[in-house]
Design a protein around this ligand. Structure first.
Ligand code: G1P
Length: 300
């Protein structure tokens, strides 16, 4: 897979990818491998997220990392020995693919020393983001779209000059798993949020609109997060910070266009693998044939 080229001028320069979590849902696979390095087909989930950022014109990716997760940084570095071996063996295509990854983007990283929550992870990027708008991209949420998800949000941000979160409708039975936003639709897909809550208890959600892991935020969020007391799960929640931002300067939601896979969930991860494999011409035929066979075999 080659590095995608930005289609138009950049709307955002920087994005933060929180990736300090322990990945306990994918143990034992994540005992020695960061969950962000688990592959969808043959490409780490993190690389898809970085590719989305690059396609949106983002030049600086700020990874919020944790202990034992250095392989994420290595992945975007030059692999000198491996590249030399590929060259010596005449494997030009593989060489180019590998080089494209390290040429893709500048990856900066900060350690989140304690697991104090998503809001705290974002706050760790303050020094590297500085005083400019930035994106936040959660690695568990894969968005498959011609028009990169983060870029869709960046456009809304620049048009309305307010922070924007990605929204998607979810069934009532799932609202307790997400940040949930409610408000008024002011333009096609654009919602002026008047309430946003993190993981509301069953039956108390203000709507069915779930926050999916893409955000474009003004730097003012840092001052808010700095003073944010812990919320759900005893963690400093980004959503609580967004609720304050909404009151201070307004907050928008955008029903993004594209397919979303929850790669942080086992079924979601498997679905993403199958969906992305089906998009590869060389894999599609054999995979469909096998899927047809197992579906037939499952039938009573
Ligand atoms: C996080 C956010 C939540 C958001 C979700 C999207 O939750 O806290 O507001 O809806 O990501 O995937 P997590 O899934 O990390 O528990």
């Amino acid at each position: 897979m080659s590095a995608p080229t930005p289609k138009t001028e950049p709307l955002l320069r920087k994005c933060v990818i929180p990736a300090a979590g322990l990945g306990t849902r994918f143990l034992p696979a994540t005992k020695a491998i960061p969950k962000e390095m688990l592959p969808i087909v043959d490409t780490p989930t993190l690389q898809y997220i970085v590719q989305e950022a690059v396609s949106a014109g983002i030049t600086d990716v700020i990874l919020i990392s944790g202990r034992g997760k250095e392989s994420m940084i290595d992945h975007f570095d030059l692999a000198v020995e491996l590249e030399a071996t590929l060259k010596a063996r005449g494997k030009e295509e593989e060489f180019r693919k590998l080089r494209a990854i390290s040429d893709m983007v500048t990856v900066l990283s900060v350690r989140q020393k304690e697991p104090l929550g998503l809001g705290h992870a974002v706050l760790c990027a303050r020094g590297l983001v500085g005083n400019e708008p930035f994106g936040v991209m959660l690695g568990d949420d894969m968005i498959d779209s011609e028009d990169p998800g983060i870029r869709q949000l960046a456009r809304v941000f620049h048009q309305y000059k307010q922070g924007v979160v990605a929204l998607m409708e979810v069934p009532d039975s799932e609202t307790h798993l997400y940040g949930i936003a409610a408000g008024k639709e002011i333009a096609d897909g654009v919602i002026q949020i008047d309430r946003i809550v993190e993981k509301p208890k069953r039956g108390t959600a203000p709507s069915n609109l779930a926050v999916i892991g893409r955000y474009v935020l003004p730097p003012d969020i840092f001052g808010i997060l700095e003073n944010q007391p812990p919320g759900v799960g005893g963690e400093i929640q980004l959503t609580d910070g967004l609720a304050t931002l909404q009151k201070q300067q307004g907050l928008l939601g955008y029903r993004f266009k594209g397919l979303r896979y929850d790669a942080g969930d086992k079924v979601g991860y498997l679905k993403a693998n199958i969906a992305y494999a089906l998009k590869r011409p060389e894999l599609r035929g054999p995979l469909l044939e096998w899927l047809g066979e197992i579906v037939k075999a499952e039938k009573p």
